[in-house]
Design a binder for this molecule. Sequence first.
Ligand code: ZN
Length: 278
Amino acid sequence: MKKIRVLIAKPGLDGHDRGALVIAQALRDYGMEVIYTGLRQTPQQIVAAAIQEDVDAIGLSCLSGAHNELFPEIVSLLEQRDAGDIIVVGGGVIPWEDIPFLESKGIQKVFTPGTPTKDTAIFIEKAVYERDGIEQSIKEPPKKIDHIGIAVTSLEEALPFYVNQLHLQLEAIEEVVSEGVKVAFLKIGESRIELLEPIGDAGPIASFIRKRGEGIHHIALAADQIEDRLRELSKNGVKLIHDTPVKGAGGANIAFLHPKSAGGVLYELCSKATKEAE
Ligand code: ZN
């Protein structure tokens, strides 16, 4: 597949370009070809460079406060020159209240300071793939085993083994009413053991214990972009229990894959909201 080409441009009178250089490098690290215009470019120069370099996207950076004039002017010049399919995103010092205006003028996304640079790369990639009708594929494997879920009839009876014999640290006990379980998390290095006690006898853990007895119930893989992953898995014929993520213990977004497609193992994909910014 061809490399995505991005023009990083600084319209207006900004005196420095540290932020623009950082984003240019981040996009290169992500595998894109990046052309940088340098400081103090006019909208006409930027549009001419974008067309000449045949880029997929333009990243505009503006610190001077003139973004409300400069960004829309660039979009309309692109349209005049039949290059309206070039994706335009912006960043720099832009107040939140200006973002709806800019997005209404055809800037597809405005990134505020502090946005992880990788998010910008992911957004541009997605926008280009959507424009070109290319199905996006997930490149990164899950990050680690987040936890192993173990079905127990009683936390009260199960915990002493983990705490007193294995000396694991009990982190939290929580009820997830929607799943009909009470959950205890025990920390083990980077991962956790998740003990699952059924509440009542209607939920999935209750029926698991009835059918198979206590024991390992599922393996949870820490992964971002869960929705994209589910779409891709489903497209590739992997059976899912959840088509879209649901809320699990600790406020995580989770989704289960069907064991029929995974050699009899129940896998959970799990993304912790607080760790997304890493
Ligand atoms: Zn789990």
